[in-house]
Design a protein around this ligand. Structure first.
Ligand SMILES: [Zn+2]
Length: 59
């Protein structure tokens, strides 16, 4: 079996003791310490995406 690693991988520069579960998808991510975030990069993007501070000219 030579299947590649799953798509979920903590930041490579993240020490194991700073790994925690994503608050949203509960997958391992760099959660604690410097640069840590309760959300994994995927969820972070998902959360930030709709909040793009784009100026809407509409109404
Ligand atoms: Zn997540």
């Amino acid at each position: 079996m030579t299947t590649p690693a799953p798509r979920i991988t903590p930041a490579p520069t993240c020490p194991p003791d700073q790994v925690g579960l994503c608050a949203k998808c509960h997958k391992p991510t760099h959660r604690y310490g410097f640069g840590g975030n309760p959300l994994c990069p995927v969820c972070r993007e998902a959360v930030l995406a709709p909040q793009k501070p784009k100026k809407t000219m509409a109404a």
